[in-house]
Write a protein that binds this ligand. Structure first.
Ligand code: 5GP
Length: 125
C-alpha cells in the first residue's frame, strides 16, 4: 500500500532493515552515502534501487533536508551505478515515487533504475 507523503521516518521500514544488515540484498554498489541493490520484484530486465544511507522518507524529505554533500553524493552515485550496470549506452530510466498518489510503498527515499529493454512511454495511458 502506498505511504502518505509526510509520515515521520519509520526505522522498521524494509530498506532501513537492509541498511542495518537485518535483511539480505543483492548489492550492486555501496559508498559512504548510498547503497544500491537489485529490486526483489523487477519490473524490467535490469531494475536496481539506489537508496541514501541516511533516514529520509522520500524525495520530498531528501531534497529539503539533506546536506549538499548528501545530495551530491547521492546524485553522483546514481550515475555511477548506471555505469556499473553498463546501461549508459543503450539508455535507462530513473523513477522516484513520492507519497500516496505517487505510488510510494517503501517509506525510505529511493530511485529506481530501469533498463535492459526499450522502456516505452513514460507512464501507462
Ligand atoms: P516504491 O513503490 O516504494 O517506489 O518501490 C518500492 C520497491 O521496493 C518495489 O519495486 C519493491 O519490489 C521493492 N522492494 C520491497 N521490498 C523489498 C525487499 O525486501 N528487497 C528488495 N530488494 N526490494 C524490495
Amino acid at each position: 500500500m502506498a505511504v502518505k507523503g509526510s509520515v515521520p521516518y519509520d526505522p522498521q521500514n524494509v530498506f532501513a532493515r537492509i541498511l542495518r544488515g537485518e535483511l539480505p540484498c543483492n548489492k550492486v554498489y555501496e559508498n559512504d552515502y548510498v547503497l544500491a541493490f537489485h529490486d526483489i520484484a523487477p519490473k524490467a530486465p535490469i531494475h536496481v534501487l539506489v537508496i541514501p544511507k541516511a533516514p529520509y522518507v522520500s524525495f520530498a524529505d531528501f531534497s529539503q533536508n539533506a546536506s549538499e554533500a548528501e545530495i551530491t553524493g547521492f546524485t553522483r552515485a546514481v550515475g555511477q551505478v548506471a555505469r556499473i550496470l553498463q546501461v549508459d549506452g543503450p539508455g535507462y530510466s530513473l523513477l522516484s515515487n513520492v507519497g500516496e498518489e505517487g505510488g510510494q510503498e517503501v517509506p525510505h527515499f529511493h530511485v529506481h533504475i530501469f533498463a535492459g529493454r526499450a522502456l516505452g512511454p513514460m507512464l501507462p495511458e
